[in-house]
Design a protein around this ligand. Structure first.
Ligand code: URA
Length: 268
């Protein structure tokens, strides 16, 4: 028997729960596509190269679209402490990423640390645990920190966006714009002496640059993050290092540079 009525919110949520329990965490289209039912093109005289499949739609967040960056700046600016900022972000509904994520991934580490690490966006494990860098790349990040005598009690870790983008896609420029005032405020409140960005997108956001990470990594720059001026160095993302182990030697140089700078400032 078919059911034509529209599902209410509680029913929709239980459908989502059911999908999640079944291991589905990525929707790539509004309608299911039966690929077996699709007819191959009729052969013509000459052998033809198969037409490329239509691009799969990039999963988008559901929820409000066209959030107001001015409102995000106003809200972020009202937070007088990290706890308040976390609460403000928890209540914030302007960025659609929130509606597809399990929870806010605000930060990890020591809020009093003088060194701050900024990554791109939470992945699946971070989304589950509500903490940045707790998946495979986080384990490598811990080993990288340990190699220069640091650990999470000596650094503070956040991301450019605090919700997992669906299917681990990159955050859109609109999503970044809506989340940036909150990152700025987070940096202002932590007021680190040194910042290390992890990966190209975080570098581009923090350094306001369109350059690639390979060109930028390893170079210190004094940058303004919100109203906080700080020396920052970009390095390669641990997820990239997992895929390209030979690049670890470059990341190692950047880590040594971070350690040397921290020592010269008496931070470690
Ligand atoms: N990659 C990131 O950039 N951030 C995380 O928190 C996890 C993986």
């Amino acid at each position: 028997m078919s059911q034509d009525r529209t599902l209410n919110n509680a029913e929709l949520l239980s459908v989502l729960d059911w999908y999640r329990a079944a291991g589905v965490d990525l929707a790539i289209g509004e309608e299911p596509v039966d690929r077996f039912a699709q007819q191959p093109p009729a052969p013509t005289g000459m052998p033809q190269r198969a037409a490329p499949p239509p691009p799969s739609p990039v999963p988008q967040a559901t929820g409000p679209v066209g959030g107001d960056p001015g409102e995000a700046r106003r809200l972020a600016g009202t937070a007088a402490s990290l706890d308040e900022l976390q609460k403000t972000l928890n209540d914030y509904t302007g960025c659609g990423l929130k509606f597809r994520a399990t929870q806010l991934v605000f930060a990890d580490g020591n809020p009093k640390a003088r060194i701050m690490l900024i990554g791109e966006a939470p992945g699946a494990e971070e989304d589950r645990q509500g903490k940045p860098f707790v998946g495979r790349s986080g384990q490598l990040l811990d080993r990288m920190l340990a190699a220069i005598g640091l650990d999470r009690s000596l650094v503070y870790i956040a991301n450019t966006v605090p919700w997992r983008p669906p299917g681990n896609r990159a955050p859109t420029p609109e999503e970044l714009e809506l989340c940036l005032p909150f990152l700025h405020r987070q940096v202002e409140l932590v007021a680190p002496r040194l910042v290390m960005t992890l990966g190209g997108p975080a570098m581009q956001t923090v350094f306001n640059s369109t350059n690639g990470i390979i060109k930028m990594r390893g170079k210190w720059e004094n940058v303004a993050i919100g109203s906080h001026e700080v020396d920052a160095i970009p390095t390669l993302h641990p997820a990239y290092l997992l895929r390209n182990p030979v690049a670890k030697q470059q990341a190692w140089r950047d880590l040594l540079s971070l350690r040397a700078k921290a020592e010269s400032l008496g931070l470690v």
